[in-house]
Design a protein around this ligand. Structure first.
Ligand SMILES: *Cc1c(COP(=O)(O)O)cnc(C)c1O
Length: 418
């Protein structure tokens, strides 16, 4: 089988960054390629050489987009709905999104407070661009989603990384938040349910954080992209609704990617005060024109149609979560908090550092992941990508069969460590 060429993003070397003909901006030279995308590229390379890879690095559902959603996109194309839309997105879609926040969370919200973007990542970028610049600080609890820190740096603002620990379930405490808030804090970024830890804050924990933020002038960017993927008795909370005055300073981020298995459609949104949404729409109008028209019609069908497909996927994720946790619990060398949301388990492998795994002495999480990929053909993402060295992120967006087989390999690797 011929190996297909694989694009693998990598940070530019200094000489590349000052290429003689086109010089690359300071901002772009400083940006790291998304670590999860790099992990995906590595696995593709191995797969292209004929190896079966247990790919547990995915940051996206492994399900297909439900057929009725695809059908709506096809209909839109057939009907010629293939032109620019308003920069902030179609009115009908924004009405549907606002309606969902009103109905589900009791947020007072109209379509003028909603903007649709090319993915939640783009919505986050728009929100940061519209609110932050040099001199500003943005508080990010760690472990954090790979892109937060780079997206903040791209605006010239400074990410302030605040460590949380496994002992307290990777939760930012109100006291710690109070210590790091300053007059320069422009935004506090929260992500519950959290990628990579699966932590879901309870309502009262979020209220306690809200109380601290309300004493400052900081705003909140609440990334709620996993709002529909919670397990056991965990509940999704819309941060903006927690107390009065909060909606005026909260930008809520969500989208279709994780809920409806629509990552490739690039459909995300932001909900917030009208003035900030308008500023974000202005940015977007210059920079992207508008989100994809076809994707917007598909998302409209996703929101308007039966939510049965969401529940079906959630149940399957839940079964896999229990399977993976059971298996990991039997490994004495790893430690983790059982995730209550999203589709990742974030486990501590630092007890293996200094030991030999598959013939290599392991010094850090990147090396552990490399050994797991090269020898066990298991692909995972090192915790260093999420600002949490010592950990590994295993995504259970993979079939139970693959999870079982991959965990057999992982168990073998870890139990043979010496
Ligand atoms: C996947 C993900 C996103 C981005 O989703 P897109 O809509 O596909 O851009 C944002 N935040 C977190 C925490 C994610 O895991």
């Amino acid at each position: 089988m011929e190996a297909t060429p694989v694009a693998s993003p990598a940070k530019l070397s200094p000489s590349e960054a000052e290429g003689p003909l086109i010089s690359i901006s300071k901002m772009a030279s400083a940006v790291q390629p998304s670590a999860t995308m790099v992990a995906g590229a590595k696995a593709r390379q191995l797969r292209a050489s004929g190896v079966h890879v247990f790919d547990f690095s995915l940051g996206e559902p492994d399900f297909s987009t439900p057929p009725h959603i695809c059908e709506a996109a096809i209909q839109a194309m057939r009907q010629g709905l293939t032109h620019y839309t308003p920069a902030e997105g179609l009115l009908e879609l924004r009405v549907a999104i606002a309606g969902r926040y009103v109905g589900r969370y009791g947020l007072e919200c109209g379509p003028e407070q909603v903007m649709v973007s090319n993915g939640a990542k783009h919505a986050i970028h728009n929100a940061l661009t519209a609110t932050c610049g040099p001199g500003d600080e943005v508080i990010i609890p760690t472990p954090y989603w790979v892109s937060y820190s780079d997206l903040v740096e791209m605006t010239g603002a400074r990410p302030v990384l605040v460590e949380t620990s496994r002992e307290n379930g990777f939760r930012l405490s109100p006291a710690r938040l109070g210590e790091v808030l300053s007059s320069r804090t422009r935004l506090v970024m929260l992500n519950s349910p959290c990628n990579p830890t699966g932590t879901v804050y309870s309502r009262s924990e979020l209220v306690a954080l809200a109380d601290v933020i309300m004493e400052s002038r900081a705003a909140i960017l609440s990334d709620e992209i996993y709002e529909n993927l919670v397990y056991d008795d965990a509940e999704s909370t819309c941060f903006a609704t927690l107390r009065s005055g909060l909606a005026e300073r909260t930008i809520t981020i969500s989208g279709a990617s994780k809920t409806y298995a629509m990552t490739g459609w690039r459909m995300g949104w932001a909900v917030g005060p009208q003035a900030i949404i308008r500023a974000m729409a202005n940015v977007q109008s210059q920079q992207a024109g508008c989100p994809s028209s076809i994707g917007q019609y598909a998302t409209l069908a996703a929101l308007a149609g039966s939510q049965e497909c969401v529940e079906r996927m959630r149940r399957e994720f839940d079964a896999r979560r229990l399977l993976v946790c059971d298996r990991l619990r039997s490994l004495r060398a790893v430690r983790f908090c059982e995730p209550r949301g999203a589709f990742y388990v974030f486990f501590d492998v630092s007890a293996l550092f200094g030991k030999r795994v598959a013939g290599q002495v392991i010094a850090d999480s990147a090396q552990f992941c490399q050994a797991a990929l090269e020898v066990g053909h298991i692909n995972m993402v090192p915790g260093s990508a999420f600002g949490a060295e010592g950990y590994v992120r295993l995504s259970f967006a993979a079939s139970r069969e693959n999870l079982e087989a991959g965990l057999d390999r992982l168990t073998e690797l870890i139990e043979d460590a010496s």
